[in-house]
Design a protein around this ligand. Structure first.
Ligand code: DQA
Length: 142
């Protein structure tokens, strides 16, 4: 089983970016932890990060995989294009966020992917990603 892990804009700044909110791990360190966790479940992970909405849409639609773990970052609150891609890609997509988007600014409470993602895990830092992997391994791998 292969899961594509997509991180959106500014996620490459983890480690430097507002550590009080997002922790002090870099994206590379976080990805290694996600990959190690997935491996123990017999799941292969492939990582993609981009600030470009169109590139994220293309990966969702075209990348051959069994499921997608998606932190579209700010696009999670704005992108109809990514919502449409999730809806038509034919794969199970799980949304994740490091921070608790429900307890921040009002614009972050907009969940543009609500209704098209299989689940959403947020507010638990790295554990949001691990819970997402766990969910996909159970839902898709079963
Ligand atoms: C984020 C939350 C978003 O609101 C924000 O724009 C991000 C990161 C998170 O992981 O907590 O870039 O997706």
């Amino acid at each position: 089983m292969k899961i594509l892990v997509i991180n959106g804009p500014n996620m490459d700044m983890l480690g430097k970016r507002n550590p009080a909110l997002y922790g002090d791990m870099t994206l590379k360190q976080l990805s290694k932890k996600v990959s190690d966790f997935a491996k123990k479940k017999g799941v292969k992970t492939v990582f993609f990060q981009s600030a470009c909405e169109g590139k994220i849409v293309r990966m969702i639609n075209r990348f051959p995989c069994d499921g997608i773990l998606l932190n579209a970052a700010a696009y999670s609150h704005t992108s109809i294009a990514i919502r449409d891609a999730i809806e038509c890609c034919g794969k199970k997509v799980v949304e994740v966020h490091l921070s608790d988007v429900t307890a921040r600014e009002d614009f972050r409470k907009v969940r543009m992917f609500d209704g098209v993602v299989a689940a959403c895990f947020y507010g638990k830092g790295l554990n949001s990603y691990l819970e997402g992997i766990d969910f996909l391994a159970t839902e898709v791998g079963a």
